[in-house]
Design a protein around this ligand. Sequence first.
Ligand SMILES: Cc1cc2nc3c(=O)[nH]c(=O)nc-3n(C[C@H](O)[C@H](O)[C@H](O)COP(=O)(O)OP(=O)(O)OC[C@H]3O[C@@H](n4cnc5c(N)ncnc54)[C@H](O)[C@@H]3O)c2cc1C
Length: 302
Amino acid sequence: METIYYFKPIICLLDDYLLFKLLFKTDKKQLYFPKYPIEKEIKSHKQIQEQVHKLEKLFIDLNIKIANVNIIESFCLKQITKTEKEWSIGTGISLEDVRVEVKEIFPALYEMLSVFGSKQIRNKATFGGNIGSASPIGDTTPVLMAYNSVLVLKNTKAEREIKLREFITGYRTTQMNHDELIIAVKIPIPNKTEIIKSYKISKRKDLDISTVSACFNLTKDEKSIVKDIFIVYGGMAATTSRATKTEKFLIGKQWNRENIEKAMKLIDEDFTPISDARSGAEARKIMARNLMMKFYNDTNKS
Ligand SMILES: Cc1cc2nc3c(=O)[nH]c(=O)nc-3n(C[C@H](O)[C@H](O)[C@H](O)COP(=O)(O)OP(=O)(O)OC[C@H]3O[C@@H](n4cnc5c(N)ncnc54)[C@H](O)[C@@H]3O)c2cc1C
């Protein structure tokens, strides 16, 4: 079968895009970029080259200097490297392609991507774009945090890794420097003892962003005592956020309904959500509490 590569400057022109992104940001011309119809389905290296020439011309017209276009990098951003320890997923891959790939190995990510936008949106949206936007209601972030994913950031000089759990610093702000791109997401293969589940609440199943989302990663021992738990919510704060008080309470406790009901009350202390067009603050708290109970019920299913 012939591979069709999707050409998009943000994922192809690594070195040059960094310059491009910076210029557009400082010139406040960023809006121009998505509007320009430079995305094309292309099938060969030669066509990529042709496309690049067209871009170069565009950039020259815009008085933006473009030097060596690194085509090899563009292919790297489309790759998935699989080892026994982890998968490294290129950020230029569409969300639909990621969804299909991860079904068996990262089911919580598969479940979340299955209710992400619509197939058309998933075919266009990239893995990197959803993380890079750092939206508090971005759907992949809570799940990737629960899997303890690591982002690979790159600029023209160096590469560095940062845990996604530490990446987001505030409302749509991150630890990424202006001259960096996220080039890959490393997702560790979970241990057999980890129970990881994701949930999304929205008004419609298709084409609706989250009102509240959540992902849980639970490890309990043979006596059903919680050894470790990671609880993360989207839509409950200005960033994707952990329910740290709730986590602390549950660690060392019996995984039973009584303790879950106590934990649900603590979720109220962990978050002060806002009211907006999608939901009132109180309703968000109820949703968050109920997702905790849903997770508990799901862990008890045989
Ligand atoms: C109809 C519709 C439905 C949607 N439904 C959902 C939904 O259900 N859930 C959801 O979470 N979102 C949803 N979205 C929002 C959006 O589609 C997603 O966030 C998508 O993943 C963005 O990907 P993109 O490739 O288009 O990113 P872009 O729009 O190209 O980029 C988004 C931001 O990330 C940055 N960026 C992109 N790639 C990288 C990279 N590799 N490294 C660093 N920064 C990068 C860009 O600079 C930009 O600031 C929806 C949007 C629409 C229009």
